[in-house]
Design a protein around this ligand. Sequence first.
Ligand code: SF4
Length: 463
Amino acid sequence: MLSVLDIFRIGIGPSSSHTVGPIRIAKRFVDGLARTGVLTDVENIRVELQGSLALTGEGHATPKAVILGLMGLEPETLDPAQADTQMAQVFADKAISLCGQKNIAFDPASDIVFDYDTAPDLHPNGMKMLALDIQSSVITEQVYYSTGGGFIASREQLLTPLKDDIVPGQIKVRYPFGSAAELLELCERENKTIHEIIYANEDGFRPRAQTNDMLDKITQVMMDCIDRGLQTEGILPGGLEVKRRAPGIWQKLMATPTSNEREQLFDWLNVYAMAVNEENAAGGQVVTAPTNGAAGILPSVIRHYCLEGDKKRPQKNVKNLRKFLLTAGGIGLLYKQRASISGAEMGCQGEVGVACSMAAGGLAAVWGGTPLQVASAAEIGMEHNLGLTCDPVGGLVQIPCIERNAIGAVKAANAARLALHAADQMKVSLDQVIETMRQTGLDMSSKYKETSQGGLAVNVVEC
Ligand code: SF4
């Protein structure tokens, strides 16, 4: 079992697979050089971005991520405001300090290569790292993969059944489950809700108080991100000249908070989701939920339905917040373990679709749904996102991503409502829809899987 805290990672935008993952890969490579005692011999580092990392890496800020990782920074703790300055310094100096331990010449323009010709075989997001000595001979090389949601794996790890790099081999959780059916059986047998089962499992990873602290920190970062997004006006970076829209909608809503209630339900969810994804597009701090591209859906639903107080000064309802995250995280684990949360593997159904499913389940739990209703909500949240393609215009996480999160948040609330109205077992189970997503993702043309070679990416002219 993975921990739900592996699903919710604090990092920077715009992409978990193209930014957060590559930061971790670059740092892990340099840490390995230091650990094996060869760092002192290194005079140059060469990074080859393959597959989707090459095709949309520029728009997804992958070179910046590589630089930050080589410097030894970590997504969870780096300062987004300083990151651009640090990166600019490397470009200007054509030199870098590897994890603060070894200074080498490094020209990002030539030492980070967009390898459009190599199609990585084990996962669409390949990244080859080479360390060279003074004679330009290779000291060591390693291929890694950024497998979605900030998860990374070496080639060796993907060739073993133990996928990904963070599975703690020794941890035994109290209620292991490999499917939604098993999870629901556990709920029935133990007379527990889904979030209680997940809570008990998290106790195998760390003390309960620490889990609570981390869950609370995650919601705080999510809410801070919304607040920044609501206040920050301007044009998003990348050249598409996309204007931030959340502040304008927010100002209108605050000016007329009680008029036209029916439309305003959508407006609140829209504005919160867009605030997060505009921050993400600008490289701000976000939480993967389960990815950066889909980071706005859960915070939006949380903000609108799980906090108390007025919209301007919301107050925490800690119990509901933890219940939401544990339930949603448990659903996210099912997708991660049984399919994939990578847009490069599954298209956008694996990002926004999964986030919608997670949010629907979390909200159904907060609204008092039974475990079966929670699973049904998650199923509905995915069922109506099946086949959703990933075709970001200009390779940027802006169009269609920002609006898509707003739509996903509204859809999640609707899925939760539909599930709560249903008393019986739904015809389609959560396991069936996860497997359908997986098969659909495998069948989907690579044009629609984070390569910007099809869909809106080729039909919308960049100016
Ligand atoms: S289209 Fe969806 S999967 Fe693709 S980058 Fe945007 S949010 Fe991510």
